[in-house]
Design a protein around this ligand. Structure first.
Ligand SMILES: Cc1ncc(COP(=O)(O)O)c(C=O)c1O
Length: 395
């Protein structure tokens, strides 16, 4: 069969994530990866979870190994609602279900809401998993620059006036990949725009808990006047991404649709994993656990910023995040970070080139994303210095 007939139109344009491809490349050598998006391996409560999993299998094995309900393990749902409510002031009409990571929450929301050709406004740059999900539903993507205080809302309003937009997708807090946080004023204005032009907002907040500096911000969901914000959360960055547990809180009409869509997708999120997360939160203080993560990431981010201050060539700039896992560098005009990456990998250091976070992934960019959470503390300085040497040689 011809390539164009073999696969469905909706997947033909999808490209394997360059980040995942890079993982394969790096698995071969001893590359220091500033390219990851994962939590620090040393942060995982492995001993605690070993005991918890044995206890669950011993005491509730038949529940843990049986089919379960699509909406999620009720004790975990209750805990998640409690945590979400603290930050979000969920409304009477809101409901919450457990999903297989935030990735699935976003994907199911798009699947439930967006028709072929309808518009989704995203940040430029944005999270590659979301871009690919939107592409697979044949949504039309409109990207809007992320400024120092979040999305360019004047541009958002122009698009809302002229295009057929169904929803706006944003990562307002410690954005992936820039580390930028949207200001309070912009959060309110975004809601006002969504109401004025009658569109949904998908608020993706995997990093909000990981604040190591500055003052917490209100989530957009807490400003939602009429059930148009779909809030996606996850345990991936605060407990373990391997457990694959996320959630979505939204108006119950939307959740009802998402439940049906999820049934056709994976029936339910693994019940054993949900029970482990619930038991962990029952036995241990989640806020204390998160506070330890914030301390660790604050320290790692500080080491990376010091190294950038020391070694990064003149003309290169970078964000100074107050939380999350990433910072974003802008290199001088004319630099192509995709090319630079090949040379960096030869010197055993890797980053994410900016083009992978763009709607147009083929266009060269002068941006790079650096991750400080997953790399060993004693490698950060060396990695930034090596990368800086390569950049300097290429300028
Ligand atoms: C912005 C953003 N949203 C969603 C996800 C998906 O997370 P999960 O592991 O919960 O599926 C990620 C993961 O890196 C992310 O960065």
């Amino acid at each position: 069969m011809k390539e164009t007939q073999k696969f469905a139109d909706r997947v033909i344009d999808l490209k394997a994530s360059a980040i995942r491809e890079m993982f394969k490349l790096m698995a071969k050598g001893d590359v220091v990866a500033l390219s990851g998006g994962a939590p620090a391996p040393e942060s995982f409560p492995t001993e605690e979870l070993a005991e918890i999993s044995a206890k669950i299998l011993r005491e509730q094995g038949t529940v843990a190994l049986q089919y379960s309900v699509t909406e999620g393990y009720q004790p975990l749902r209750d805990m998640v609602v409690e945590r979400t409510r603290t930050a979000n002031k969920l409304a009477e009409y809101d409901d919450t279900i457990i999903t297989t990571g935030a990735q699935q929450a976003i994907d199911l929301a798009f699947k439930a809401l967006v028709n072929d050709g309808e518009g989704i406004i995203v940040e430029r740059p944005s999270f590659v998993g979301t871009l690919n999900s939107a592409r697979s539903y044949r949504a039309k993507l409109f990207d809007v620059p992320v400024l120092d205080d979040g999305m360019d809302l004047d541009r958002v309003e122009q698009l809302l006036q002229t295009e057929n937009i169904k929803l706006i997708y944003t990562i307002p807090t410690f954005q992936n990949p820039t580390g930028i946080t949207m200001s309070d004023e912009k959060r309110q204005r975004l809601i006002d725009l969504a109401v004025k032009y009658d569109v949904y907002i998908v608020e993706d907040n995997p990093y909000g808990d990981l604040r190591f500096a500055g003052e917490p911000k209100k989530n957009i969901k807490s400003l939602d006047p009429d059930g148009r914000v779909i809030y996606c959360g996850t345990f991936s960055k605060i407990l373990s991404p391997g457990l694959r547990i996320g959630w979505v809180s939204a108006h119950r009409d939307i959740i009802e649709r998402i439940v049906v869509v999820k049934q056709a997708n994976d029936v339910h999120t693994p019940i054993f994993n949900q029970m482990m997360a619930a038991e962990f939160m029952k036995q241990y203080d989640m806020d204390e656990h998160i506070a330890r993560l914030c301390k660790l990431y604050g320290r790692k981010c500080g080491i990376m910023l010091d190294a950038l201050d020391n070694y990064f060539p003149e003309g290169c700039t970078y964000t100074r995040p107050e939380g999350g896992l990433f910072l974003w560098c802008t290199l001088p005009e004319g630099t192509d970070t995709k090319e630079l990456l090949t040379r960096c990998i030869e010197r055993k250091v890797a980053f994410v080139p900016g083009n992978t976070c763009m709607v147009d992934i083929d266009a060269p960019t002068r941006y790079m994303r650096l991750n400080y959470s997953a790399v060993a503390e004693d490698k950060i300085d060396w990695a930034v210095k090596t990368m800086s040497d390569v950049i300097r040689e290429s300028l």
